[in-house]
Ligand binder design. Structure first.
Ligand SMILES: Nc1ncnc2c1ncn2[C@@H]1O[C@H](COP(=O)(O)OP(=O)(O)OP(=O)(O)O)[C@@H](O)[C@H]1O
Length: 208
C-alpha cells in the first residue's frame, strides 16, 4: 500500500491534510490523531469511498476501485457497523459473508464457527442482531470482517465498546492475520491496542 501526498478537501474544508506512508504485507499500521484529524477520511480513501483531492494511492499494487470484484476480494473493511438483517442470526450472517468469499462451500461452516470462537460469540450464535449488547454488536461486526479472506484490512476504531478482555481478542485476531501476511491499517484511540499490535504509528496532526 502506497499513499503519496494524499489530501481530501470539500469546498473550503480540509478533511485530510497531505499524508504520505507505505505499508507492506505482514505490517500493522496504527492510525492515530485527535477527533477530526482525518483518520476515517484516510480509511475511506483507501477503500475507494472517498476520492483524494490531491496525491496518489495504490492498494495491493494497483488503483483503488471498490466496484472491482478483484479489489474487493483483497480488501476488507470495517468502517462503522455493517448493515444487518433483522431476521438472520449471528451465525447466519457470518456464514453468509463466508460463503460469499470462500472458494470451497464445504469450508463455510467451519470458517464461521472458527471466527465466532475467536471473538467469543459462540454462545450468541443463535441470537438476532437486536438481541446483542453494544459490545457484542461490535464483536459481531468484527467477526463479519475477519471471517473473510483479505490481503488488506482497514479498521476504524475497532476497539469501540469492547472491554479489555475482548480488546485482547481483537489484538490476537489482528496479530494472527498479520502473521498470515495481511496488511492492516487501524485507526484507534486505544493506546492498549496500538501498543499491542502496531509495527508503526502514523499520527495525523490536528488542524487549528
Ligand atoms: N462532508 C464533510 N464536509 C466538511 N467537512 C467534513 C465532512 N466530513 C468530515 N468532515 C470533517 O473532516 C475532518 C476529518 O474527519 P474524520 O471523520 O476523518 O476524522 P477522524 O480523525 O476520523 O475523527 P474521530 O477521531 O472523531 O473519528 C473533521 O474535521 C470533520 O468535521
Amino acid at each position: 500500500m502506497s499513499v503519496n501526498a494524499v489530501s481530501v478537501g470539500v469546498d473550503d474544508a480540509l478533511l485530510l491534510p497531505a499524508t504520505t506512508f507505505q505499508a507492506g504485507p505482514g505490517q500493522i499500521v496504527a492510525l492515530r490523531g485527535e477527533n477530526g484529524s482525518g483518520k476515517t477520511t484516510l480509511l475511506r480513501v483507501l477503500t475507494g469511498r472517498a476520492r483524494p483531492t490531491a496525491g496518489t494511492v495504490q492498494v495491493c499494487g494497483g488503483p483503488v476501485n471498490e466496484r472491482d470484484p478483484a479489489f474487493r476480494r483483497r480488501v476488507a473493511t470495517m468502517i462503522g457497523l455493517p448493515p444487518m438483517a433483522s431476521d438472520l442470526t449471528v451465525f447466519d450472517h457470518v456464514a453468509l459473508v463466508s460463503s460469499t468469499w470462500e472458494q470451497d462451500p464445504g469450508s463455510v461452516e467451519s470458517a464461521a464457527r472458527s471466527v465466532l470462537t475467536e471473538f467469543d460469540l459462540v454462545a450468541l450464535s443463535t441470537r438476532y442482531p437486536h438481541e446483542l449488547s453494544s459490545g457484542q454488536t461490535q464483536l459481531f461486526g468484527l467477526a463479519l470482517a475477519f471471517v473473510r479472506p483479505f490481503d488488506v484490512l482497514l479498521l476504524d476504531e475497532p476497539e469501540q465498546r469492547l472491554d479489555p478482555e475482548r480488546t485482547e481478542l481483537l489484538a490476537r485476531a489482528m496479530l494472527d492475520r498479520r502473521a498470515s501476511g495481511a496488511t492492516i491499517v487501524a485507526a484507534t484511540h486505544s493506546d492498549r491496542l496500538a501498543d499491542r499490535t502496531a509495527d508503526r504509528t502514523l499520527t495525523l496532526e490536528a488542524r487549528s
